[in-house]
Structure formats: C-alpha cells, structure tokens
Design a protein around this ligand. Structure first.
Ligand code: RET
Length: 294
C-alpha cells in the first residue's frame, strides 16, 4: 500500500495548456464542384461569343474580341483552380478570446486561390475597356482607370498573403479600396458625362451596364473582407460567392453588351488599318468587309 501511494504521488501534474494543432481552412467537395461548373460555363460562353462574332466584319469585332478574351481567361483560371493547382496556404497566428482564462493562439492556414488575382489582373482591365469604348471615354482616362484597376487587384493579392492582421493585410486592402474609388471616378462618373454625346440609346445602355458593374464589383471587396480578410467564411462559401459574381460579371455582362450594342449603331466602333487588314494588306481584299463596313 505504502509503495502504491508513493508511486501515485510521483506522477507529474497534467499540463493545463495543451498546444493547439494547426487549423487548416480548405476547399471541400461543394467548392471543387463549383469550380468545375464555372469552368464549363466560361468555356461555353467563350464559344458563344466567338460564334456571335462570326458574321461581324473584323473591323467591327472589337467588343467581341475583348469579351471573348475575358471568358477564355476566366475558363483557364477556373481550370487551374478546379485541378487544385493555383492555390497556396497563407498561415497566420489566430487568437481565441476566453472569458476566464488568458487568450490563446494557434496557427491558422487558409487556402488562397492566387489564380483569381492573375485572372482579375487580365480580365478586369478588359471589362473596363469594354465600358470605356462604349462610353467613348478618351485614352487618358481609360489608361488611368486601367492602371488604378491593376493597383486594386495587386493590392488585393498582397493583402491575401499578408502575415499580420493589421498592417499588411488591412493596409493593402485599404490601398485597393482607394484604387477602386479611382476606377469608379474614371469610368462611371467620367463615362456618364462622355456617353451623352452618343445619344439617348447609348446613354441608357451604358448607364445600365455601368450600374450593373458597379453593384457587382462592390460586392467583391465585401466577400474578400469576410473570407480572405477576416476568415469568417469557409473556403467553400468563398468559392461559391465568387463563382456567382464571376458568372454575372463576365458571361452575363458580355452577352448583354454584345446583343444590345448590335441594335444601337451609335455604339459601333470601326477599327480599320492594322487591326482589320494587317501590315501587308496591299492587294489583299476580304470579300464582304468593304460592303458591310460602308
Ligand atoms: C479586392 C481587395 C482589395 C480591395 C478591392 C478589391 C476589389 C476587387 C474587384 C474585383 C472584381 C473582379 C471581377 C471579376 C470578374 O470576373 C481585390 C477584392 C476593392 C472589384 C469583376
């Protein structure tokens, strides 16, 4: 008996604080399925837009070319994400607050789909270009809008890989939001003044497309703030939210633009020279282009 008691007292006290294992925030089944579905939607949209340009002479295909490039780029980006390729972990120290004991910390690693930012840095300037051409915005404002847009997307990428919650993450996010305000100013505000010169129908189309774009684009930083920023939404919810926004911002926007602008001749853009004839065009005649372009 004495021996037993001596044995029990020699057991070292059980530690009160256990080291918390790393928490991983990954995509699940529904997220992966959504990525494949959007890949197919983008592919079909690209085929439809390319098909719509079939009967349009090359010198009037600018909107078609831009819009098709947008969905092709998105399809490639969704393929990369669906195959689990274009993602990296961003690990930060997360803090849990407790009522009666001290705060505890643990490592939290979240999947960041960096392909989105590659996609956005190519496609959002093209979407803006569509709107700038529609409104007839000058080159200077168009360039400023595109550069501000690139700063917005890159700031979002740097924020997504920020290690501290405050300075890096939210600092870059703020820079991105300021850049976004410049985009709105150059495209929506300046554009709505410029488009008036093209008449009522063009103004109506631009106003509706610009309002649609403004509402959709403003939801992106909100989703980012809740998902990548505060990490309050799961990776699956993030994928589904961006998927809905992307389908509206690219295929739906593109279809609306291509079908509506056909009925409004004031929105037509004719580009001759190198764009439609190439550099060595002498003696090469595209049957039909001249008649249709006249
Ligand atoms: C970020 C974070 C930094 C601040 C802001 C953002 C805005 C992103 C936007 C993205 C739009 C994407 C579109 C994709 C189309 O498929 C980068 C999330 C303001 C507006 C239209």
């Amino acid at each position: 008996m004495i021996m037993e008691a001596a044995h029990t007292t020699s057991v070292s006290p059980i530690p009160t604080v256990f080291p918390t294992p790393t928490e991983f925030q990954n995509a699940g089944q529904s997220g992966m399925k959504t990525l494949w579905v959007v890949f197919v939607i983008m592919l079909v949209a690209s085929a439809v837009f390319a098909g719509l340009s079939w009967n349009v002479p090359v010198n009037r295909r600018l909107y078609h070319v831009i819009t098709t490039l947008i969905t092709i780029t998105a399809a490639i980006s969704y393929f990369a994400m669906a195959t689990g390729h274009a993602t990296s972990y961003n690990c930060i120290e997360a803090t849990e607050h407790h009522k009666h004991v001290k705060d505890t910390h643990h490592e939290q690693c979240r999947e960041v789909y960096w392909a989105r930012y590659v996609d956005w840095s190519l496609t959002t300037p093209l979407l803006l270009l569509d709107l700038c051409l529609l409104a007839g915005i000058d080159g200077a404002h168009t360039l400023m809008a595109i550069v501000a847009d690139l700063i917005m997307v890159l700031a979002g990428l740097f924020a997504a890989f920020g290690h501290t919650h405050t300075a890096q993450k939210w600092g870059w996010y703020t820079i991105g939001c300021v850049a976004y305000i410049f985009v709105i100013w150059h495209v929506a505000l300046h554009g709505s003044r410029m488009v008036k010169a093209k008449g009522n129908n063009a103004t109506k189309l631009f106003s509706s497309l610009a309002a649609f774009t403004l509402i959709l684009w403003t939801i992106y930083p909100i989703v980012w703030g809740v998902a990548d920023g505060a990490r309050k939404a799961s990776v699956d919810s993030e994928i589904i939210a961006y998927a809905i926004l992307d389908v509206l911002a690219k295929p739906v926007f593109g279809l609306w633009l291509l079908l509506a602008h056909r009925k409004i001749p004031e929105t037509d853009i004719e580009v001759g020279g190198y764009w439609s004839n190439g550099l060595a065009a002498d003696g090469r005649i595209r049957i039909g282009d001249d008649d249709e372009g006249a």
